[in-house]
Design a protein around this ligand. Structure first.
Ligand code: ATP
Ligand code: MG
Ligand code: MG
Ligand code: MG
Length: 433
């Protein structure tokens, strides 16, 4: 007899197996007990029929409490009525760990309560589905960039300077010096691109943003590819191929999880069709003004969530907005060749209200220009000498972008709030558990 995982039950129909499980719920009458079971790979039902098992086993089936852990032994049957399609007819139960009164019962709980119990909430079916999809997206990310000839190059989390300005930084002590938690690995990725051509970083990033939105975390994971000898247009092609690849792989490998979440797969399929539309920032402003819905929108301002939502909904697909005003973008972006008030950049906006999932640009290559930009941004030039060296020694056109993993997970899973897209979310008022 083999010990198996629930997910493999389909290969063991009519065979006797043993599975290590937790009890998620149960229902019983005098003659039969239905145990809802999970093992981390899937959820299914165990049936215990009083007449077919020993008295002790039936008694145990009635005594085990929600979240008790046990080994069950029995025969796998098809179960066409259930979503999973298989169940186990239990012959024997070995209790491993009985459970105390479990706080998360099948009744409705408020968000604060669930967040206080995040370490247990992760066991629920929807959270399982989200984490599996997150995992698939990470797996597909490595696969995609490896296939495209990138190498993963890790950037430091403790840094001595602040690329995106100083307001949203976490400060800490570094022996006798100051240090900051990384807001982005980009500048280091640029050094990587100059060394190895095509690289991507993937790590946690931190923003001390005192805002409470459905799209912002304090700690989030970012994937930041950087490519040497590459202009913006080619970078956009990589970005859309990457997003389509993520969606395709989730459709291919997470069918069960998408069903648990009730995510519309036809909508997801639409996102695999390339190319994504491209619109200039100038035209995006016109579109918003002409819609009549945004009377206050003015050229020169960054978009908020309603504007981003409107733009992506207008195209019913992810849309690239190109070439924003220089004044609202970071110092390292390449100036536009014919419009000195613009930079060569693009944000990719996701439909269904999820907003910016990628921010990217071509990078400035001129040493003098960058040195001035650094000064104008009020940054300490000495901290950036190493970055200027990347231009001093064989500067090439190069481009890169950053995708917020949790933004993308929230969008692809169709969840309402980004807090469910990461195992232990860090939010403005929450650092426990
Ligand atoms: P936003 O406009 O939504 O605040 P941003 O322009 O400040 O985002 P970038 O610095 O361009 O963000 O970061 C690149 C990507 O990282 C974004 O496109 C988004 O996917 C993600 N991201 C940025 N800030 C956060 C955050 N606080 N929480 C989760 N993801 C984030
Ligand atoms: Mg921001
Ligand atoms: Mg933005
Ligand atoms: Mg951005």
């Amino acid at each position: 007899m083999e010990t198996i995982s629930i997910i493999n039950a389909k290969d063991y129909v009519d065979q006797k197996v043993r599975i290590g499980v937790w009890l998620t719920n149960k229902r019983s009458s005098g003659k039969i007990a239905f145990l809802q079971l999970r093992d981390g790979t899937a959820y299914f039902q165990g049936v215990v029929v009083k007449n077919n098992v020993s008295e002790d086993v039936f008694k145990l089936a009635k005594e085990v409490r929600q979240e008790a852990s046990m080994y069950v032994t029995g025969t796998i049957h098809e179960d066409t009525r259930s979503h999973f399609g298989y169940e186990i007819e239990i012959e024997d139960i070995e209790l491993v760990g009985q459970s105390e009164d479990y706080p998360i019962t099948p009744k409705e709980h408020g968000t604060d309560f669930l967040m206080d119990h995040r370490h247990l909430w992760l066991r629920s079916k929807r959270q399982f589905a989200i984490m599996k999809i997150r995992n698939e997206m990470i797996r597909a990310t490595y696969e995609f960039f490896n296939k495209e000839g990138f190498i993963k190059l890790d950037s430091p989390i403790l840094t001595g300077s602040a690329p995106e300005g100083t307001t949203e930084l976490f400060h800490t002590e570094y022996f006798e010096k100051d240090a900051y938690l990384s807001q982005s690995g980009q500048l280091y990725a640029e050094a990587g691109a100059m060394a190895y051509g095509k690289v991507f970083t993937f790590g946690p990033t931190f923003r001390a943003e005192k805002s409470k939105t459905r799209r912002h975390l304090i700690e989030f994971w970012m994937i930041e590819p950087e490519m040497a000898f590459m202009h913006q247009e080619e970078s956009l092609e990589i970005q859309e191929r990457y997003i389509a690849y993520l969606v395709e792989k989730v459709l291919e490998n997470c069918d069960y999880e998408l069903d648990i979440l009730g995510r519309d797969k036809e909508v997801l399929k639409r996102y695999t069709q390339l190319p994504y539309p491209r619109i200039s920032y100038d035209d995006a402003i016109k579109l918003l003004q002409e819609s009549g819905k945004f009377p206050d929108v003015k050229w020169g301002e960054d978009f908020g969530s309603p504007e981003e939502t409107y733009l992506a909904e207008h195209f019913n697909k992810p849309v690239f907005v190109l070439n924003y005003p220089k004044a609202i973008k970071p110092f390292y972006m390449k100036p536009h060749p014919t419009r000195e008030d613009l930079v060569v950049c693009a944000d990719l906006l996701a439909p269904e209200g999820y907003g910016e999932i990628i921010g990217g640009s071509e990078r400035a290559t001129d040493t003098e220009y960058l040195a001035k930009q650094i000064e104008d941004a009020g940054l300490n030039k000495a901290d950036y000498e190493w970055y200027l060296d990347l231009r001093r020694y064989g500067s090439v056109p190069h481009s890169g972008f950053g995708l917020g993993l949790e933004r993308a997970v929230t969008w692809i899973t169709g969840e309402d709030h980004i807090r469910e897209a990461i195992p232990f979310p860090r939010l403005l008022n929450r650092i426990y558990p």
